[in-house]
Design a protein around this ligand. Structure first.
Ligand code: HEM
Length: 244
């Protein structure tokens, strides 16, 4: 009898896409909050930066840790995009069929999938620019350096688009993952699905609001601070050296 072979590649690619997506979503949930430390004070954002540079652990600043972290996230980001790209509508005909399907069914989950395609495409470019800057200029992060980048280096508009895209993409992604991994198969899956969707929308709204407030604060510091002495922030309480 002829042995039937099952191609495990699509399943493996699908699993890789889910796991990398989960890691990135968890990363972003933390990222937006850490970076919102500027809303408390410039000093707090400086302390968070020192923490990521390993200062509280090694007693010295190692910005290389940020480069390493950004490099690792970049690799996960690329693997996620590469495995997700297989599912994009590959030509105009397929796209048209899908669009007709979406409008005839008015199915929100199909529209959510389309939102993932569009936001993913946007992030592919803007996310790469941001990650590259973080990787190559890890010493240039802090309340003044970040604010100067947002205002003087015109990163503000890019961050605005990236914020809307990444927050929607991350929470819609988590919702779809929960659906796929069977978290909504309770007694009444319809009710459970509606609840998950409500949480998803609430999280998207909350994170966009937090992100917009942070962006506004960075812009405020960028516009009001006099950078003639450079962009290094001088803490009144902490004096540290730097190890590059
Ligand atoms: C380890 C990797 C990363 C590091 C170290 C990092 C660090 C930072 C820092 C310090 C800022 C403040 C602005 C600045 O200094 O330019 C920022 C802003 C931002 N980052 Fe990242 N980031 C990383 C990865 C990502 C990724 C993968 C995304 C999404 C694809 C992302 C999305 C954003 C957004 C949307 C903002 C603006 C947030 C807001 O409006 O509050 N970051 N990031």
């Amino acid at each position: 009898m002829k042995k039937q072979t099952i191609d495990k590649t699509p399943g493996r690619l699908d699993f890789t896409q889910s796991v990398t997506g989960l890691i990135l979503a968890i990363f972003i949930i933390g990222h937006i909050l850490f970076e919102a430390s500027i809303l408390i004070s410039n000093e707090m954002m400086y302390k968070v930066t020192l923490m990521f540079e390993g200062y509280y652990f090694f007693g010295e600043r190692y910005p290389g840790i940020i480069s390493f972290l950004a490099g690792a996230i970049f690799i996960i980001f690329i693997v996620h995009a590469a495995t997700a790209m297989r599912k994009f509508p590959s030509d105009y005909k397929k796209y048209k069929i899908m669009k007709e399907h979406m409008s005839s069914m008015k199915h929100e989950d199909t529209s959510l999938w389309m939102l993932q395609v569009v936001t993913g495409f946007i992030m592919f470019f803007i996310g790469s620019v941001h990650l590259y800057v973080m990787m190559t200029q890890p010493s240039n992060i802090g309340p003044y350096a970040s604010s100067s980048r947002i205002v003087d280096e015109f990163m503000g508009p890019l961050y605005f688009v990236l914020l809307i895209s990444v927050v929607s993409h991350a929470f819609v992604g988590l919702y779809r993952l929960a659906l796929k991994w069977g978290f909504m198969e309770g007694k009444n899956s319809k009710v459970s699905r509606a609840r998950f969707k409500l949480v998803m929308k609430a999280m998207i709204l909350s994170y966009i609001v937090i992100g917009l407030f942070s962006l506004a604060k960075y812009a405020y510091v960028g516009y009001t601070h006099d950078f003639s002495d450079g962009v290094k922030y001088e803490s009144k309480t902490i004096r540290v050296g730097e190890h590059k």
